[in-house]
Ligand binder design. Structure first.
Ligand code: GLP
Length: 229
């Protein structure tokens, strides 16, 4: 695992140029993008890059069950609004509530994922793969934990307003990608980042599975990296 520690602003710029670098090398790259607060600065940087993303196949990592793409709380809304519309990405794929299992075939049909961009939940979730998700899981519907609902309470205007379920790429889907970039910012992520890097690879910390990925880059600000040494 490669670990990069820098200021939040510099990480945003560096991750943005890593992604545009992949696309410069492979214009029709299949890239999975995550929603969440961590991504705002990265997507703002990407929107300013002069790269051509028109051939890129974009895959949304996850979505709340019951939220359409025009609902501003949805992952699709953030990705469309901050990223796809700005970069001229039109080949957009999203997991379907009705048929989650078809998503992996859709990814395969595009040649598999070249890159997945991830954030991390306070309990170690990636996408919405909550603790105790099976390592060999493909895209599926997941019940959100109380920890995740608390973490997303501000976004939804109250913990009770957070959807109970989400559809998400599975751990196998994510780990099958050729490259993984995971970004974490802020002191509140420092404990889980420590577990990601040094913890046992247990299903109780889904992100720790990424220790075994051959091309995993962990991008942290100083606060999120504070417990690594
Ligand atoms: C959510 C999303 C993740 C996201 C993570 C971190 O639950 N499903 O994909 O990466 O939480 O969110 P944030 O960036 O807002 O801290």
């Amino acid at each position: 695992m490669k670990i990069i520690v820098d200021s939040k602003e510099n990480i945003a710029a560096r991750v943005s140029s890593m992604i545009s670098g992949y696309v410069a090398e492979k214009p029709a790259a299949s890239i999975a993008f995550t929603a969440g607060d961590t991504m705002h600065g990265i997507y703002a940087e990407l929107a300013n890059e002069n790269a051509d993303f028109s051939e890129c196949e974009a895959f949304n990592v996850c979505e709340y069950v019951g939220l359409d793409a025009d609902n501003e709380k949805s992952c699709a809304y953030q990705l469309n609004n901050e990223l796809y519309s700005k970069l001229g990405i039109t080949k957009i794929h999203a997991p379907s509530e009705a048929e989650p299992e078809s998503y992996d075939a859709e990814i395969e049909a595009c040649g598999g994922l070249d890159l997945v961009l991830l954030g991390i939940g306070l309990n170690g979730h990636i996408g919405f793969n909550e603790p105790a998700t099976l390592y060999d899981s493909y895209t599926h519907t997941a019940q959100l934990t109380d920890s995740t609902k608390r973490m997303k309470a501000a976004h939804f205007g109250g913990e009770d307003k957070v959807p109970s379920h989400a559809v998400t790429m599975g751990l196998k889907t994510i780990c099958s990608a050729n490259n993984v970039i995971l970004v974490a910012f802020g002191a509140e992520k420092a404990d889980i980042v420590h577990k990601l890097v040094y913890g046992k690879t247990s299903t109780y910390v889904p992100a720790a599975m990424l220790q075994m990925h051959m091309n995993m880059t962990l991008c942290l600000d100083e606060e999120a990296a504070a417990k690594l040494n």
